[in-house]
Design a protein. Structure first.
Length: 100
């Protein structure tokens, strides 16, 4: 989802979840939107995933479209390597609420 599409989506919908995805051992963050139908949309620019160097950069971009809440999701390589199912929707085990 391009940044302008995100802006239009936020203006016309109110039931969605924003996730800020961090990868263990990596200093970059990506932003994902999950709509009410369960479809996930990665924030992109020129059809390439947007990468942010800090949470402050993420906050600034999301504030520009009117978003002030998100969840920080930390992906752990161990889960992916061992084939264990990740549980990003479990609020106490893998995601942390952010308010900015």
């Amino acid at each position: 989802m391009e940044f302008q599409e995100l802006k239009a989506f936020v203006a016309s919908h109110d039931n969605f979840e924003i996730r800020v995805i961090g990868h263990a051992g990596n200093r970059f963050y990506q932003v994902e939107l999950e709509d009410v139908e369960g479809q996930r949309h990665m924030l992109t620019r020129a059809a390439k995933p947007m990468l942010f160097r800090s949470l402050d950069d993420v906050y600034l971009e999301l504030k520009r479209v009117g978003i002030h809440r998100a969840y920080l999701v930390q992906q752990v390589p161990h889960d992916e390597v061992t084939g264990r199912e990740t549980h990003y929707q479990d609020p106490l085990t893998s995601r942390m609420p952010l308010v900015f």
